[in-house]
Write a protein that binds this ligand. Sequence first.
Ligand code: DAH
Length: 365
Amino acid sequence: MSSKDPQSSPTADQASGATGSGLDDALAAADALQADIEAYAIDSADALEAFRIRFIGSKGLVKGLMGRMKDVPGPERKAFGQRVNAVKQSAEKRFEEAKTGLVQQEASAGPDVDLSLPPAAPRVGSRHPINIIRQRIVEAFARIGFAVEEGPEIEDDWHNFTAMGTPEHHPARDMQDTFYIAGHPDRVLRTHTSPVQARVMESRKPPIRIIAPGRTYRNETISARAHCVFHQVEGLYVDENVSFADLKQTIDYFAKTMFGEDTETRLRPSYFPFTEPSAEVDVTCLICSGKGCSVCKHTGWVEIMGCGMVDPDVFENCGVDAERYTGFAFGMGIERIAMLVYRIDDIRLFTENDALFLEQFRSES
Ligand code: DAH
């Protein structure tokens, strides 16, 4: 027992030994034990327990001292018994005091916190680049009076195709491009935001000046340039006397606001089923400012959207008086704009949730 105790001392161990004889030896052992009890360092719960086992326990040194009673002559036993009792009481008192002391020490120590440290900076998230660009597009058009509209992502055949001049058997309806909702041949995941044009024209009278940002779906093989889920912003302006010049000026304003004052635009004739005439819009390449680089395929121009004058058939499909009103429409892919603005060369980065990619947009949030 005592050999395991780092604070054991040979003197105290004599208390249990049978080496001494007579009252003097027994009293000397009692004195030594008393001194040990007083000197024993109790600075932890473990030390307190070791103290208890060593001195007070059923096999402890106080019990051992008691065992020396047989060495003491009869008449002196009473005096020795009182001495042993005093030693025992002092051991118990020491134990209780040390225990109380340790409990108080623990209570006043408080939590293990360094209050002098500076506070940890909270981890701030960042907005998604698609969200940032969408917001910038919306703000640019809001400044010239366009209000935001939304439409359903699960769209019916009429709004997604027929009303927008894409009759049955048109190649754009091909199963390869369009996700149909299983069991609902009339329902699709909208392939563009153009059906919001139809919904707005059906529901209210001109003047109409709206943009419709939202998610769109196409059954595309995912690659660096194409994804099956992407985002578009649609624009529609319908009123009396809306002209192609209004369209061109609006597009020009947008391009300069979005990409910088030096940006130039050009319209190339094109075809869309819901506009006549139709055009595709190019802007001077943001990367090389028109000098020619790999992004613009050395043409100096990059395409940013499709547009045109609303086809009178579309007006008719949606209940707008085509004799009285004219209008223009446009549609652009948000991913495409974001890729140009941020020089991103792989569309898949937008959906991979790579924190290192996303954190780069923190300063813009
Ligand atoms: N909906 C077309 C697309 O997804 C984009 C588009 C082109 C929208 C011309 C328009 C427009 O409103 O006038 O490719």
